[in-house]
Design a protein around this ligand. Structure first.
Ligand SMILES: *Cc1c(COP(=O)(O)O)cnc(C)c1O
Length: 387
């Protein structure tokens, strides 16, 4: 057995990131400033969006987006149950009601054929989540949005570098929200980015991110600026710092190589696990795409085993292999069971995945030996716990 514990994810931080952070610390300017501006430009160019607004998190990005759209009490927002807390909690905190649509069993992305039946006169937006870094089927979503005049907000937290039919996520005619949390495909420590082609939405989000001030703070203190400012609306404190952007500036040029390495490991897992009937492996969608492989999430067929998913994760831990849980379906969580109950059996694919899913280690710094250790641990647990 391997000696050291292998976590399911860990970021790749090298000298360039470290030196850039130190440079910020020594420069006397550590909060929002020139490095945030540079990261904004670099990221905007990479994804191909017209506007990009750097923020303290993706959660902040979703909050400001919904406020800028004027989402209010009684509005409905369609999304997937297979996602992180903030995709639903932010609409709820804005007074809206999330409406859940089941997932496809293979990709675990929202089932686009089931969206139409959930649209009502109260529906304002659809939030597709590009699960694990694989793009949702966007064409049917955009067609529905056009037909019913809905806004599409792509939860792109897993999808930096993802492409759909040759188009990079972030450059669609929509709003895309990226996360730079340490587990994501690239990091700024904590951080997020809202990308859009909608100029008035971009302006509103920019205004709300920093106290509703009509001028960037760092320009006020620069030699060329004036210290005066005006508050034109009550705003939040969701700005990204230069210390964060310093990391992002050096992560972004490595993103494509990170994704290539992630794909190599995912391909290796797919080859090694092919034919193991106790696992349902992640499937590629049939359309042209680039999967960013943020997560590798097989489903453990617990009906064929003597242990449940949590038991499986525990057995892996005994082999010094970490794993993650992305996700227990949102409607299985305590608050949602109480406050957003779903009719039993109405989300069968999400229910099935929720009890069986786990995230195996997948990150660019992993060695081939690490990946081989994961495979042998998974195979050992399955052969020992087979029914
Ligand atoms: C990580 C994540 C978020 C939130 O991102 P933060 O930057 O941590 O706020 C939202 N949605 C999904 C699907 C995520 O994985």
């Amino acid at each position: 057995m391997r000696k050291e514990f292998l976590p399911f994810s860990t970021p790749t931080i090298e000298d360039a990131e470290i030196n850039e952070v130190v440079d910020s610390l020594k420069s006397g300017w550590i909060t929002t400033g020139p490095k945030v501006k540079r990261f904004e430009e670099d990221f905007k160019n990479y994804v191909g969006s017209k506007f990009a607004i750097p923020l303290s998190s993706a959660t902040a990005g979703l909050h400001l987006t919904l406020l800028a759209m004027g989402i209010k009490e009684g509005d409905e927002i369609i999304t997937t149950p297979m996602t992180f807390a903030s995709t639903l909690s932010i609409p709820i905190l804005c007074g809206a009601k999330p409406v859940l649509v089941d997932i496809e069993p293979g990709t675990l992305n929202i089932d686009v054929t089931k969206i139409r039946e959930k649209i009502t006169p109260k529906t304002k937006a659809i939030i597709p989540v590009h699960f694990a870094g694989q793009s949702c089927d966007m064409d049917p979503i955009f067609e529905l949005a056009k037909e019913f005049n809905l806004t599409v907000i792509e939860d792109a937290a897993h999808a930096a570098g993802t492409e759909y039919k040759g188009i990079r996520v972030g450059s669609h005619d929509s709003i895309s929200i990226f996360s730079f949390h340490p587990n994501k495909n690239m990091t700024t420590g904590e951080g997020g980015m809202v990308c859009t082609a909608d100029e008035s939405l971009a302006e509103e989000v920019s205004l709300l991110k920093f106290h509703g001030m009509n001028r960037e703070a760092w320009k006020r203190f620069a030699a060329s600026g004036t210290p005066n400012y005006d508050i034109v609306t009550p705003g939040f404190k969701y700005n990204m710092m230069d210390i964060q952007a310093a990391i992002g500036i050096h992560q972004l040029p490595k993103l494509d190589a990170f994704i290539d390495r992630r794909k190599e490991i995912a391909d290796f897992y797919n080859r090694e696990f092919a034919g193991i009937t106790e696992l349902a492996l992640p499937q590629y969608a049939p359309y042209e795409q680039r999967h960013a492989w943020h997560l590798y999430t097989p489903l453990v067929r617990i009906e064929k085993l003597t242990i449940d998913r949590d038991g499986f994760m525990n057995e892996l831990k005994k082999h010094n292999i970490g794993s993650g849980l992305h996700y227990k379906a949102i409607h299985h969580h305590a608050w949602y069971r109480e406050n957003l109950p779903q009719e039993a059996g109405s989300l069968p694919n999400a229910d099935y995945a929720s009890d069986r899913i786990l995230s195996l280690p997948l990150f660019p710094k992993m060695t081939d030996e690490d990946a081989a250790d994961v495979v042998s641990a998974v195979k050992e647990v399955i052969s020992r716990c087979r029914r």
